[in-house]
Design a protein around this ligand. Structure first.
Ligand code: PCA
Length: 199
């Protein structure tokens, strides 16, 4: 099986992004399955234009998308993406869409294809803070999750795909009072999630 993992770099006031570090630290294979990592631009719709040829070239069996949700107090397993762009702040090239659909012919929402309950049980067993989330937001993380699930749906692809938000890593909260986790714990969680989907 081939596993494609995506993440992001800096955006808004976040100079660093734990998901970018995780892409760097993930092993090249897990249980003999190839792990491909891609850092996506934090830009509405262009994030998917960038990713699409990589999906087409690699035909992954699993797509795990990662993003930072600073301020959340756990790793959050996103249940669904919605057909809406509505940003309170700009993306990395200044787009601030308001009330715009992502795909005119798309469904209102798509559900994650990851085994969310199983993932939650596994991380809870290890005392890693984890929660289900009913909203991935309406910024670029929702945008990429929606685009990927739309693409999988439209093309009838058999790809286990979904999105997981990570909280701040400890390095990001030295000067602010916010919840964070050590990067190594989040790396372990991401590897566990991949292993669980693989078995
Ligand atoms: N988090 C943002 C976009 C990039 C990222 O890591 C979000 O939650 O939409």
């Amino acid at each position: 099986m081939k596993v494609l993992v995506t993440g992001f770099g800096r955006f808004l006031s976040n100079e660093e992004n734990p998901t970018k570090e995780i892409l760097r630290l993930l092993p090249k294979s897990i249980y003999g399955n190839e792990i491909i990592t891609v850092e996506l631009p934090v830009i509405f719709d262009e994030c998917f234009d960038y990713l699409k040829p990589i999906i087409d070239d690699n035909n992954p069996d699993i797509m795990l998308m990662l993003g930072l949700a600073g301020g959340r107090k756990a790793i959050t397993l996103e249940r669904l993406a919605v057909n809406l762009k509505d940003a309170v702040g700009p993306d990395n090239i200044g787009n601030i869409p308001t009330d715009e659909p992502i795909k005119k012919d798309g469904k209102e929402a798509y559900f994650s294809k990851l085994p969310l309950r199983k993932i939650m049980a596994k991380l809870q067993e290890k005392d890693i803070p984890v929660k289900l989330s009913n909203s991935v937001g309406l910024y670029v993380c929702n945008n990429i999750m929606y685009h990927v699930l739309y693409y999988v749906d439209q093309n009838d692809l058999d790809v286990i795909s979904g999105f997981v938000h990570l909280p701040f890593m400890d390095e990001q909260t030295k000067e602010k009072d916010a919840f964070s986790l050590p990067l190594v714990v989040m790396l372990e969680a991401v590897i566990d999630i991949i292993k669980l989907i693989l078995v």
